[in-house]
Design a protein around this ligand. Structure first.
Ligand code: ATP
Ligand code: MG
Length: 611
């Protein structure tokens, strides 16, 4: 039997069956046994290392290889769901690997945040990995020794040379789309000369930028990436993990395929911008398998379209700019598309996994509408989030005949309402306990729920009109009090005894509308942060435009609300549906149950942007 709380994950797994080009490739490889001969020695390593291991118990190996130079965002969430999801589905393993080969920008703060993000999304490399004898996470910088060996092997086989042209000459001699490149004068160096010079690079004998090691491929290739790409450069920088051990560092295009191969990755799934690098990936794998350094069959690279989401920026550099220029309060600002930001905003792992499934995997770039992401969240919370009433723009309503009706002004009465609507409860499931709250002589209502002179069709409070206080009594509006400036300070009404919701007299009088309210007797003041989209334009950074110009000035409005006790007592991170307003979450950092409630608006009840 299905419980409604599983709805999002259920529909996600149903949609899982939808095929895509990656599943087709994997299924074909499994069918043909492309990787059946692979061995796995329990840890990453070269051909000899794995040859001494067992047949690999993991049917496939994928990897998620972030550079630890920032916080992960919703685009990375897509990549995580794809890589971990496919591994799980096909009896494989997904490696979490820190691609930390660039010494300059990396930091352990980011490493930890990435680990947290992957776990929070519901993926566990350790569990999946242990079954297959691997203990992730891995770090690419552990492979520097091997990468250096691989570079020397390429030199020895005549496939690489040390180039000492100036940077300008090298650029000019590369040619362009219409013009083939020109051989470097250093291209014909002997193996011995290249080896000596490369060792001098490593030994710190050459200045930064004085030389690079290049693969010797084809200066006339129509693919510019194949025109003798640089594979090692000199860079005196302290690495966050290897310190000052190295003054030469591998280029990403050289390092990445090797990392995959050492880890026995079968399907190396990346975004489309790496498509032009694939020939070099294959070239390098062939050369290193030829000289028996790497175990064959080598991994293969496949490209999918990155996630582009309207109203959202998914570039770590630009997100860092928002943080550094204090446009937001930090990486975890609830308006940020970072995983920490989405989490604080109230997004659930289920909703993000559902989103990843729903948008699927394609081979061409497109834009996904932001409302798709919000829709997945609503779908996940609809049957999970308990209901509650909060008044966001409060004005006091006084029931002037209260003492007359109930004996004293101080009299209060309990009201109760279901925490979840009937439709959210699956057959056989025990509904959660009802919420209870008080009703008394004074209650808070929304300012917009009273009009002295009602506009056409207005059904809420105006003199003479009869409405229900939701879950409480039916009341008849009699008027209001105003201050000197003409602002309404109090709304007046009469309670109609015997009409309380859930009692036999409840239907004795027809109310025109039911309005939300919170009693003064037990309502708790709360800070409510009304978040909206961070950018007012759908494509804030399109065509190189200055994205700071399209920041939405109304992306955050803070109000003091009153809320019923069941909301005020929430645990941090707990989500609710505030009746009529949408989904809200108790802020993970600032909310204190009961005494200092702080809530964030996650999303409205329906898509109302720009309407
Ligand atoms: P950014 O451009 O934001 O810095 P990146 O691609 O440099 O992102 P990495 O840390 O290298 O960030 O990314 C790790 C993995 O996440 C890569 O495999 C990358 O392809 C993938 N990825 C990054 N951005 C997206 C996106 N918008 N959609 C899908 N996958 C993405
Ligand atoms: Mg990158």
């Amino acid at each position: 039997m299905t419980s409604p709380t599983d709805k999002a994950s259920d529909s996600a797994s149903a949609e899982h069956k939808v095929s895509n080009f990656l599943r087709q490739i994997i299924e074909k490889d499994l069918e043909q046994g492309t990787y059946a001969s692979r061995r796995w020695a329990g840890s990453p390593g070269d051909a000899a290392h794995h040859a001494a291991g067992e047949p690999d118990p993991a049917k496939i190996r994928t990897r998620f290889p972030p550079e630890p130079n920032g916080y992960l965002h919703v685009g990375h969430a897509k990549s995580i769901c794809i890589n971990f999801g496919l591994a799980k589905e096909y009896g494989g393993v997904c490696h979490l690997r820190f691609d930390d080969t660039n010494p300059e920008k990396e930091d352990t703060e980011y490493v930890n945040s990435i680990i947290d993000a992957v776990k929070w999304l519901g993926f566990d490399w350790a569990q999946l990995g242990q079954a297959a004898g691997s203990a992730a996470p891995y770090q690419a910088s552990d492979y520097f020794d091997f990468m250096y060996r691989a570079a020397e092997a390429l030199i020895e086989a005549g496939h690489a040379y040390v180039d000492e042209q100036s940077a300008e000459d090298m650029r000019a001699n590369r040619g362009d789309f219409g013009k083939p490149g020109v051989d470097s004068p250093f291209r014909s160096r002997t193996v011995a000369e290249n080896l000596t010079r490369f060792r001098e690079m490593k030994g710190g004998k050459l200045a930064d930028g004085a030389a690079v090691l290049r693969a010797k491929i084809d200066m006339a290739s129509p693919n510019i990436n194949m025109r003798d790409p640089a594979i090692y450069r000199i860079r005196r920088a302290t690495h966050h993990h290897t310190g000052d051990t190295w003054c030469i560092y591998p280029m990403y295009t050289f390092a990445h395929p090797i990392e995959d191969a050492l880890e026995q990755i079968t399907h190396s799934i990346c975004t489309l911008e790496f498509e032009d690098q694939r020939p070099f990936y294959d070239w390098l794998m062939e050369r290193l398998c030829e000289c028996k350094l790497l175990a064959a069959p080598a991994p293969k690279q496949y490209e999918f379209a990155r996630l582009n989401l309207t109203y959202v920026i998914t570039s770590k550099r630009k997100l860092a700019q928002l943080v550094n220029e204090s446009k937001v309060s930090g990486w975890d600002d609830p308006r940020m598309p970072t995983i920490v930001g989405l989490r604080r905003r109230g997004y659930t792992p289920e909703s993000l996994r559902l989103f990843a499934d729903r948008i699927g995997v394609t081979k061409s770039d497109s834009w996904i509408d932001y409302s798709t992401l919000e829709g997945c969240l609503r779908e996940d919370l609809e049957n999970k989030a308990h209901r509650g009433m909060a008044v966001l723009d409060p004005v006091k309503l006084v029931l002037t005949n209260w003492a007359e009706a109930f004996g004293s002004d101080g009299y209060t009465e309990d009201c109760s309402q279901p925490a979840l609507p009937h439709s959210a409860i699956a057959e056989g499931q025990t509904p959660p306990a009802d919420r209870t709250f008080l009703i008394g002589k004074e209650v808070w209502i929304e300012r917009e729920d009273f009009e002295e002179v009602p506009p056409k069709g207005y059904k809420r409070l105006f003199p003479g009109n009869v409405v229900r206080l939701k879950g409480g009594y039916v009341i008849e509006c009699t008027g209001c009090a105003r201050d000197a400036a003409g602002n309404v300070t109090e709304v007046h009404a009469k309670v109609i005894p015997g009409t309380k919701s859930g009692t036999p007299g409840a239907d004795s009088i027809k109310a025109k509308a039911a309005i939300t309210w919170v009693s003064v007797a037990d309502g708790v003041p709360a800070e409510v942060r009304l978040y909206d989209r961070l950018f007012a334009e759908a494509h804030p950074d399109a065509g190189g435009k200055d994205f700071l110009q399209s920041l939405n000035p109304d992306s955050l409005k803070v109000v003091t609300a009153y809320m019923e006790p069941s909301l005020a007592g929430a645990q941090p991170d707990q989500k609710f549906q505030f009746e009529r307003f949408g989904y809200f979450v108790a802020d993970r950092l600032d909310h204190v149950a009961g005494t200092k409630p702080v809530f964030n608006r996650v999303t409205g009840l329906k898509d109302s942007w720009g309407k």
